[in-house]
Design a protein around this ligand. Sequence first.
Ligand code: A3P
Length: 287
Amino acid sequence: MEARPRPELFDFHGVGMIKEFTENWDNIQNFKARADNILIATYPKAGTTWVSYILDLLYFGHMGPDRQTSIPLHDRVPFLEICKPPLLIGTDLADKLPTTPRLIKTHLPVQTCCCLVLQVVYVACNAKDNAVSYFHFERMNCAMPEPGDWKTTFSFYLQLVFGSWYDHVNGWWEKEQIYSNFHYMFYEDLIEDCGREIDRLCSFLGLSPSAEEKERVKASVTFDNMKQNKMTNYSTFDTMNQTISPFMRKGKVGEWKNHFTVAQNEQFDEDYKQKMKNPDLKFRYEI
Ligand code: A3P
């Protein structure tokens, strides 16, 4: 695959951004959410695809095999802020979705996400694994800024595209504390017990799938199955070079230990203490 020019990160209303996510800004801000919308919000690399697929199967798993074998997940769950004309404009894709409810994904920090929706599912992943996953994602995806080596990515302390991880996870957490239409999930909990998390999700959404349906969803969304599945592994996405690093890379909690040096871990913990102001929001770094 030929190397393509990488986008530059720039400041956009105080948030690190690339053009692909700001070009359609007016339409994003004026996007008309419908009563049946479910917004899946995450900082990139926190488990967006996993939860999107769980939701897609819970709502549309009964629609028959064609949908599951011929429509890539990223077309079933449009990415609100993406803008790569003519084909990939998130707001247009969302407007054209034929199914109800509409599942829509966003990485926007809460203060820039004006889209009023009935239900929001937020997924957060611990900062260390999130940083490592983000690093490999930027390496393999030429639509993202050039990450350099791990040391360079580390030196950003999770101040990457879509801004600061700290602002993101805290901002959405604060909303979750206030509004009952928010469900806050953790990647670590999904790894620990995906079935339990599906149950919690169903109870939040008022869904009551049969035990069989639930088992089917659980079996379909394992890491290995999603890695093999061309509709969920992003192999249809031409900006991603999966020979550099697969999109479905490790799928584990604690992978950060293979990247962080002892010194980096100490520096990171120190920086974390300064920036993580919310004592109620706690993450696990191993399971
Ligand atoms: P790794 O890079 O650590 O492997 P997003 O969808 O937000 O981009 O997140 C991608 C991360 O979620 C990747 O992490 C990917 O492997 C992981 N992931 C996706 N589906 C998963 C699954 N079914 N089980 C475990 N991890 C999964």
